[in-house]
Write a protein that binds this ligand. Structure first.
Ligand code: PLP
Length: 400
C-alpha cells in the first residue's frame, strides 16, 4: 500500500504545465525566439570569491591530509559561525550557532519541517503562496481534501490581493501554524517591521508557531522592512526561519541554505529538528559550505551585492516599462518578482497564453500559486538584461 496522501495531490507541478505549453508552442512556431520571465531561476554566474572557494575546497579533497568525508549534520562550524556573525549579530540579533542548521536549500527544509508537527494541526498560508508549504502538508496528511475552488478543506487561506495591499488579515479562526514568506514569492511584496510585529504578537498571544521564509531577504532595499523575523520582539519564542543562498548568491545549482530553530521556542523543536536531521540528512557538501562561507568575505559581499543590484535594476526597468504601458504592477521594489494584473479581466492562463503567442514571452500564471492569484501573472527580474529589455519592448508593442 502507498501513502494515500500523495494521490490527493493534483497531477502536475505548475512549472511542468508551463514547460509543456512552451514546448508545444515552440513546436508549432519553431522560428519564434522565446524569452522566459517565468521560472524563478537565476541567470548570472557565481561571484569570483565563491568560485575561488570552490576551487580551494576541491583541491583540499584531492589530498589525504585535507580530505573531508561526512561532515556534521548541522553544518560545519566555520559556516554556522559566519552566519551568526554576519546575518544576525551585525543586525543586533542574538542567535547562537547551535540554533543554525545548514541545509541543501530552503525547499527541503520548508517542505520537511512539517514532519515535526502532529497530523492534527491546522495550518494557515497566505494566498497566493509558494506551493511547497501546502503540498508538503498534503503529503503529511494535514490538508484535507481539495475543493473545486482550489482550496484544501483543512488549510486556512489568508488572501493577499491588490484590495488589501497584499497585507493579509490575521486569521479569523483557530490555526496552529502560519507560513509567512517575506519578501514574498510570488507577489514580490513585503511587510514593514510594524506589520510583521503584529503577526509575532498574535502568534505569542494565541500560541501559534510561525514558519518564516526569508529566501529573498537579500533583495530588501527599504529601511523599514525587516531582514529577519528575529528583529522583532518575541519572535524567538514563536518562529522558525528559513534562509537560502539560491537567490542571495546564485546557489540554485550549488545548493546551500540554513534554518534557524531557536532554543527559546515554546516547543522543543531545536532538539527535534536535530534528531530529524541526524537521522535523515547527512549534511550539505563541504564544497557548498565553503562556497557559502565565501559570500561573507569582504569581496564576496561586494560581488553578490553587484549581482543583486543587476537584478533589481531589471526589476526597476520592468516596473517602469509595464506601468507606463498601463499595467497595474506590484512588487519589484524589495524583491525580484513583479506581480502584474491581467488586462481586460483575462484569467491568468489566458494572459499567459496571450503573452506566449503574441510576444513569445513566458510568464507564470498567478492562479498556479493559489486561488487569490487568479487575475495576475508573475514576472521575474532574474533574466539577462538584453533579454529582459527585449521582452519588455515586445510586451509594450502588444498595445494591451
Ligand atoms: N522559498 C521560496 C519562497 C522560494 O521561492 C524558493 C525558491 O524558489 C525556495 C524557498 C527554495 O529555495 P532553495 O533553492 O534554497 O531550495
Amino acid at each position: 500500500m502507498i501513502n494515500d496522501n500523495y494521490s490527493k495531490l493534483p497531477g502536475a507541478y505548475l512549472f511542468s504545465d508551463i514547460a509543456r505549453k512552451v514546448q508545444s508552442f515552440k513546436a508549432s512556431d519553431p522560428g519564434a525566439e522565446v524569452i522566459s520571465l517565468g521560472i524563478g531561476d537565476v541567470t548570472q554566474p557565481l561571484a569570483p570569491a565563491v568560485v575561488e572557494a570552490l576551487h580551494r575546497a576541491a583541491d583540499e579533497m584531492a589530498i589525504a591530509a585535507t580530505f573531508r568525508g561526512y561532515g556534521p549534520e548541522r553544518g560545519y562550524d566555520f559556516l554556522r559561525e559566519a552566519i551568526v556573525r554576519h546575518d544576525f549579530h551585525e543586525r543586533g540579533i542574538d542567535i547562537q550557532p547551535d540554533e543554525i542548521f545548514v541545509s541543501d536549500g530552503a525547499k527541503s527544509d520548508t517542505g520537511n519541517f512539517q514532519e515535526l508537527l502532529s497530523k492534527d494541526v491546522r495550518i494557515a498560508v497566505t494566498d497566493p503562496v509558494y506551493p511547497v508549504y501546502v503540498d508538503s502538508n498534503v503529503m503529511g496528511g494535514r490538508a484535507g481534501t481539495l475543493g473545486a475552488d482550489g482550496r484544501w478543506s483543512n488549510v486556512h487561506y489568508l488572501p493577499c490581493t491588490a484590495e488589501n495591499d497584499f497585507v493579509p488579515d490575521l486569521p479569523n479562526e483557530h490555526v496552529d501554524v502560519i507560513y509567512l514568506c517575506y519578501p514574498n514569492n510570488p507577489t514580490g511584496t513585503t511587510l514593514t517591521r510594524d506589520q510583521l510585529q503584529r503577526w509575532v504578537d498574535y502568534a505569542l498571544d494565541k500560541n501559534i508557531l510561525l514558519f518564516y521564509d526569508a529566501a529573498y531577504e537579500a533583495y530588501i532595499q527599504s529601511e523599514d522592512v525587516p531582514h529577519s523575523i528575529y528583529e522583532l520582539q518575541g519572535a524567538k519564542c514563536c518562529a522558525v526561519e528559513f534562509h537560502s543562498y539560491s537567490k542571495t548568491a546564485g546557489f540554485t545549482g550549488i545548493r546551500c541554505g540554513y534554518t534557524v530553530v531557536p532554543k527559546e521556542l515554546r516547543l522543543p523543536l531545536n532538539p527535534m529538528w536535530n534528531r530529524r536531521q541526524t537521522t535523515k540528512f547527512n549534511g550539505t557538501s563541504y564544497l557548498s559550505q565553503r562556497a557559502a562561507e565565501a559570500i561573507y568575505s569582504l569581496e564576496g559581499k561586494e560581488q553578490i551585492q553587484a549581482t543583486i543590484h543587476y537584478y533589481m535594476e531589471n526589476a526597476r526597468l520592468m516596473r517602469e516599462a509595464l506601468t507606463s504601458t498601463g499595467f497595474q504592477v506590484y512588487g519589484g521594489i524589495n524583491a525580484p518578482y513583479l506581480w502584474v494584473r491581467t488586462p481586460d479581466r483575462m484569467t491568468s492562463w489566458e494572459f499567459f497564453d496571450h503573452l506566449l503567442k503574441k510576444a513569445h514571452v513566458v510568464s507564470t500564471p498567478g492562479s498556479g500559486f493559489g486561488p487569490s492569484g487568479e487575475g495576475y501573472i508573475r514576472l521575474t527580474a532574474f533574466g539577462d538584461r538584453t533579454q529582459t529589455t527585449e521582452a519588455l519592448s515586445r510586451i509594450k508593442s502588444l498595445n494591451l
